[in-house]
Design a protein around this ligand. Structure first.
Ligand code: MN
Length: 245
């Protein structure tokens, strides 16, 4: 069976939306994408993750700084309290259960906060970087370099330790969560990738691979590595089910 990948929805005026690019990236990498609307009660999160083989935390608005113990600054952006609640609960439970997680942009930030890390609420006003992280270029175009830690899930997927990525963020990981390692950094030191140590696949990336994967084989390989981890979970669960019978 193909692995079932839950994708966190964004909140639009018209309703809850799964980004087209996320769904297409999961589908073309061999997964079955399903939408996770931000209405799920906390007590249903374990039951939901019992049925999913992978969790994709998508991009979106800013995480409420209250979740990492800070008061909100003027430069912090739009909040989505329903998404924060559901996605933090999903991230914590998926980390606990070993469900493969790919956190993209906001999703990487949610992953870090869920595990006890913090964020820069606003890169331009809280750091001295002169690198442009809110690119003014098409979404499929890579505008800055990153270096990748050799011993990482990310490096294993990419097969290289440097590449270029797109960039659509004004926040970034500040204090890395306990149990996580930094796996990618921009030339200015801004953290662009993290992963949980000792977890089958809990990878966060600050860029948007779903906008690059059709043109960049490295980003396609990242999605394939995520889906492969979900396939292993799916197979292991099927095996456990047979044992129970
Ligand atoms: Mn960036």
């Amino acid at each position: 069976m193909k692995p079932l990948i839950g994708i966190a929805c964004s909140i639009e005026e018209s309703g809850f939306t799964v980004g087209t690019d996320y769904a297409r990236a999961v589908h073309s990498s061999g997964g079955i994408p399903v939408a996770l609307p931000p209405v799920i009660a906390d007590e249903l999160v374990p039951e939901l993750l019992e049925r999913l083989d992978g969790l994709l935390l998508s991009g979106g608005d800013d995480v409420d700084p209250v979740h990492y113990g800070e008061e909100i600054l003027p430069e912090n952006g739009q909040l989505e309290p329903e998404r924060d609640r559901v996605e933090l609960a999903l991230a914590r439970e998926a980390l606990r259960r070993g469900v493969p997680i790919l956190g993209i942009c906001r999703g990487m930030q949610v992953l870090n906060v869920a595990a006890g890390g913090s964020l820069y609420q606003d890169i331009p006003s809280q750091t001295s970087t002169r690198l442009q992280h809110r690119q003014r270029a098409p979404r499929w175009y890579a505008t800055h370099g990153i270096t990748i830690r050799p011993a990482s899930v990310l490096a294993a997927a990419f097969g290289v330790t440097a590449t270029r990525v797109n960039s659509f963020h004004h926040q970034a990981v500040r204090r890395v969560a306990p149990g996580f390692a930094v796996t990618a950094q921009a030339p200015d030191g801004i953290i662009e990738g993290i992963e949980a140590e000792g977890h089958p696949f809990a990878v966060g990336v600050q860029w948007h691979p779903e906008c690059l994967f059709e043109r960049d084989p490295l980003q396609a390989a990242l999605f394939r590595a995520f889906i492969a981890a979900a396939e292993r979970r799916s197979a292991a669960r099927a095996g456990a089910g047979e044992d129970a019978v």
